[in-house]
Design a protein around this ligand. Structure first.
Ligand code: KIV
Ligand code: ZN
Length: 387
């Protein structure tokens, strides 16, 4: 396996679905799961089977329906959770149990009322239990972002010995800075005995808007799996956005990272998730937002019309968006008016363009955006005046 192959672990249907008001029924989840399979995700976290009969059923049905990705089910470090996850995953061609426990001081003291040593014992027992059902066991050290590195390394070492194949290092509260998170991954790479037997995974939340940056810093420092969601949905401020990390790796090929995503399906997948969850994508969202390839100021429009690359680093076709948009607003210039007029069938002379532009400014000051009908009406008026 290529040393720089990055595995994309999609958790849209688990962490993503934890967003208040975004609950999906099983049929919708299967539809999204099939789309994620087409998209090319390597691992699909289908749900948290013990959490409800509906989630159990969704994980089971997704395990039946998909052939390509590894299907993963979440559990706490609790025997019953692991048994139920294993049961739900039975039909999967390749199954993974994702189990874990909090490792930060605040989780151990206030949430779990326990001690560091007891947490290691519980972590090891959970991994062994999961290992009795499946070969592929991922361990998460919840709140690893705020866990002391030396203790985190001891936890990792113990769960690798117990059979964990993937170590998830979640920045559960989105606290870390990119350099700090990257240094944590590097520390584990350099200080955990047996680390070569496991894959390190990033799982970054977006409370400070750093989830994507932290995930990239993680892989630059040795992680080989990124946990992420479509549109970056997830608990609170969300999770790492799949489309962002993938396009960062594509835009910076010299980093050498490879993934198996068909980027041309990113926009369609984003729309499906957004519509299914009734969760609109913010217009300025990177890669998939309505304005990601829209240009409205005259200076930018002039540049893009002359050569798209002047103001776009990504070809919209590469992510499944038909074309860049030249939006007509009061900030637009003559180049944009001429361009859009031509698109609707009017090749304006210089004299006509000057007149259309003056009239356009009057209309644009009244309206947020001048659409094709408005432009047609302006041209009709001016062309009559000229001829
Ligand atoms: O953010 C987190 O720590 C999680 C774990 C359950 C993996 O979602
Ligand atoms: Zn999470």
């Amino acid at each position: 396996m290529d040393d720089k192959r990055i595995f994309i672990f999609d958790t849209t249907l688990r962490d993503g679905e934890q967003v208040p008001g975004c609950k999906l029924n099983t049929e919708k989840k299967i539809e999204i799961a099939l789309q994620l399979e087409l998209l090319g995700v390597d691992i699909l976290e289908a749900g948290f089977p013990i959490s409800s009969p509906g989630d159990f059923e969704s994980v089971r049905r997704i395990s039946e329906a998909l052939r390509e990705p590894i299907i993963c089910g979440l559990s706490r470090a609790v025997e019953k959770d692991i048994e139920v996850a294993a049961d739900a995953l039975k039909p999967a061609r390749r199954a993974r149990i994702h189990t874990g426990i909090g490792t930060s001081e605040s989780h151990i003291l206030y949430k779990l009322h326990s001690t560091q040593e007891k947490i290691i014992e519980r972590a090891v027992a959970a991994v062994k239990k999961a290992k009795s059902y499946v070969e592929d066991v991922e361990f998460y050290a919840e709140d690893a972002g705020r866990t002391d590195n030396e203790y985190l390394a001891r936890v990792c070492e113990a769960v690798i010995k117990a059979g964990a194949t993937v170590l998830n290092i979640p920045d559960t509260t989105g606290y870390c800075l990119p350099e700090e998170y990257g240094a944590k991954i590097r520390y584990l790479k350099e200080n955990v005995t047996g680390i070569d037997k496991a894959i390190l995974s990033t799982h970054c939340h977006n409370d400070l808007g750093l989830a994507t940056a932290n995930s990239i810093s993680g892989v630059q420092n040795g992680a080989r799996q990124i946990e992420c969601t479509i549109n970056g949905i997830g608990e609170r401020a969300g999770n790492t956005s799949l489309e962002e990390v993938v396009m960062i790796m594509r835009q910076h090929p010299y980093l050498g990272f490879k993934d198996g995503i068909n980027t041309r399906l990113l926009y369609r997948t984003s729309q499906l998730v957004s519509e299914s969850m009734a969760m609109p994508v913010q217009p300025n969202k990177a890669i998939v937002g309505a304005n990601a390839f829209a240009h409205s100021s005259g200076i930018h429009q002039d540049g893009v019309i002359k050569k798209r690359e002047t103001y776009e680093i990504i070809d919209p076709l590469e992510v499944g968006v038909d074309h860049s948009k030249i939006v007509l607003t009061a900030r637009s210039g003559r180049a944009a008016i001429a361009y859009r007029s031509k698109q609707i069938g009017h090749n304006l002379s210089k004299e006509e363009l000057d007149l259309v532009y003056q009239e356009f400014l009057q209309v644009a000051d009244q309206k947020k955006e001048v659409n094709d009908d408005d432009l047609s009406a302006i041209i009709g008026k001016v062309v009559v005046t000229v001829s």
